[in-house]
Design a binder for this molecule. Structure first.
Ligand code: FAD
Ligand code: DLZ
Ligand code: SF4
Length: 515
């Protein structure tokens, strides 16, 4: 057996040749371990397209590494000896290869970090756990920034990140004189038959093999392999990024908050899949967007908005995750306990907004930000669904979901279950918002203009009932002063109509009646 110096363990969302665990790797001395394991494919019941995406990208990454001369020990899910977990596969590899050390990049999830911290004990070897340098802000830097702040306002963090990266900066000042152009990014829905098409990729032999495996093994998970067309190699992901910058970025800002039936992707980038898994580098993507602005190809509101999502929100969300885990996962500010209705898995509801977004989620393992926040997330919070169950649903159904990014977005941003650590007020909205920002209400069985009673849009009564039942916790929030003043100004009869309508709707939900 040739001597193995380092056993380098690369996880399924670390598929980058620039990953820190490979920093000083030597093909002639080191062996790379990559393994498909049952534990990762089933710790939640991931959407089938998500599993196909991750496993196929892992297999293609193995080829990329082999082509660079690395010796890769690749364990497939259906290998007869597969033990089913990271820890057991690591121990098996240690027994087989007798390495001197183990090298890894820190994982993206708390539960894996817990396991990783025991790997030296489990294997009797030193385990070099390196920081994940794909992120621009280290855990330590985030902690330093957050310490002593009463509220962790993303905007201030974002400005630090602009200064740190130099993106859209002219010396110490922001390019174009403003840090944030969000106020120009709120255009409502507009179907556009001439919108360019996002690239799709036909499954190659490797992907087809994974599709067969997943259909057979995960038949009871959401979605199907049919229509799988995500990029699974670095060059395909780069093509998606180039197409986004060329064709979609110029209009990214103006349609960022819009929702249009039959157009699930609009001008969104669809890059979270690839950035999160390691096929694209977040900073390089932002630099490409900045170049588009400097070359006059895309306007500042679009480019600033896009860069803010990545160096601002994405980094900030990760900072919050690692700073407040593990208890963050169980925050439940409103004490909400309702289980998720069945239609979260089937899309079968008469509420057109929810059936559209959940239907698209089942088809594509994707929904864009406002769909996640203001349709499914908003409904879950207004209806008092258990935030932990809501979190697990999001982790299952989106192909870009890993706990470090999904959990704070759900628990903090969308459900306000952290009581306002991440956001200054809950993202609660009635049907009027959905009607303004989408074309979902046209043709819905419910009437968005009716406030209460049979046939009225359920979001209307749920919105006021949510404010009413949580008044003790929310009425002192200055950003909610206006809605609470409106609520108090209503007659007793009107307020009663709202709470009664909400009660009738929630009873139907609890009874499993079609709503
Ligand atoms: P675009 O709209 O094109 O945005 C560009 C990029 O900005 C994204 O690719 C992403 O990398 C980054 N970004 C934008 N918003 C956020 C954000 N709030 N947090 C982190 N990164 C952001 N994003 C995930 O990557 N994984 C998740 O599991 C996830 N779960 C979410 C759950 C909820 C309830 C909400 C409200 C948001 C969630 N997001 C998640 C954030 C955001 O919705 C997705 O990043 C985005 O929809 C991905 O599509 P896109 O690449 O087309 O994004
Ligand atoms: C999401 C996922 C899935 C479905 N399967 C695997 C796998 O079989 N092997 C693997 O290394 N990683 C997988 N992943 C991604 C991991 O869940 C992810 O690396 C950890 O949660 C750490 O963030
Ligand atoms: Fe959704 Fe209400 Fe509009 Fe129907 S009317 S689509 S339930 S917001």
């Amino acid at each position: 057996m040739p001597e193995c110096r380092n056993l380098i363990f690369i996880l399924g969302d670390q598929l980058s040749t620039a990953i820190s665990s490979l920093r000083d790797a030597q093909p002639e001395h080191d062996v790379i371990l990559i393994c498909e394991v049952a534990e990762e494919t089933t710790y939640v019941r991931h959407h089938r397209k998500k599993i196909i995406f991750v496993l196929s990208a892992m297999r293609h990454f193995c080829t990329e590494l082999s082509e660079r001369g690395f010796n890769v020990r690749y364990i497939k899910l259906d290998d007869a000896d597969n033990t089913g977990s990271f820890t057991k596969e690591l121990k098996r590899a240690v027994e087989a290869l007798r390495p001197q050390n183990i090298v890894v990049t820190e994982p993206g999830e708390w539960r894996v970090r817990q396991a990783m911290d025991g790997w030296d004990r489990e294997t009797g070897l030193s385990v070099d756990i390196r920081p994940d340098t794909r992120f621009l802000c280290s855990h330590e830097d985030f902690r330093l920034w957050a310490e002593g702040r009463r509220q962790l306002t993303m905007e201030f963090f974002y400005r630090e990140m602009r200064r740190k990266t130099g993106l859209l900066m002219e010396g110490d000042a922001p390019t174009s004189g403003r840090w944030n152009f969000d106020s120009e990014n709120r255009a409502p829905a507009k179907p556009d038959l001439f919108r360019p098409r996002h690239p799709t990729f036909s499954p190659d032999e490797t992907t087809r093999e994974v599709m067969g495996l997943v259909d057979c093994r995960f038949a009871d998970h959401m979605g199907s392999s049919e229509g799988f067309s995500l990029a699974v190699t670095r060059s395909e992901a780069e093509k998606t990024a180039d197409t986004f910058i060329a064709d979609f970025l110029p209009k990214f800002g103006e349609t960022q908050d819009a929702m249009v039936k039959g157009d699930p992707y609009l001008n969104h980038s669809l890059l979270s899949f690839y950035i999160n898994i390691g096929l694209l580098d977040p900073l390089a993507v932002c630099q490409a967007a900045e170049r588009a602005y400097l070359q006059g190809h895309a306007p500042i509101n679009a480019v600033e908005g896009f860069i803010r999502q990545i160096i601002g929100w994405r980094e900030y969300i990760r900072g919050v995750y690692w700073m407040f885990m593990p208890d963050y996962a169980h925050r439940n500010f409103f004490g909400a306990t309702r289980p998720l209705p069945d239609f979260f898995w089937t899309g079968k509801t008469d509420m057109a907004c929810l059936s559209t977004v959940i239907g698209e989620t089942i088809d594509n393992a994707y929904a864009h930000h406002i769909q996640r926040l203001m349709i499914t997330g908003n409904f879950a919070m207004l209806a008092g669904l258990d935030p932990h169950a809501v979190h697990e649903w999001y982790l299952e159904v989106y192909a870009d979901a890993y706990e470090w990014v999904e959990l704070p977005n759900v628990i903090g941003m969308s459900q306000f279950a952290d009581g306002g650590l991440l956001g200054s007020k809950p993202y609660a909205a009635s049907g009027a918002y959905i009607s303004r920002m989408s074309d979902y209400c046209e043709g819905c069985r419910y009437d968005v203009n009716r406030k209460t009673g049979e046939g009225a849009c359920p979001f209307n009564a749920l919105y006021w009932d949510f404010l009413d039942r949580n008044a003790e916790k929310l009425s002192s929030n200055r950003r909610l002063a206006q809605p609470y003043a409106n609520w108090r100004r209503m007659s007793d009869e009107k307020r009663n109509d709202y709470t009664q309508s909400a009660r009738v709707f929630l009873k139907k939900l609890d009874d499993g009646t079609l709503v």
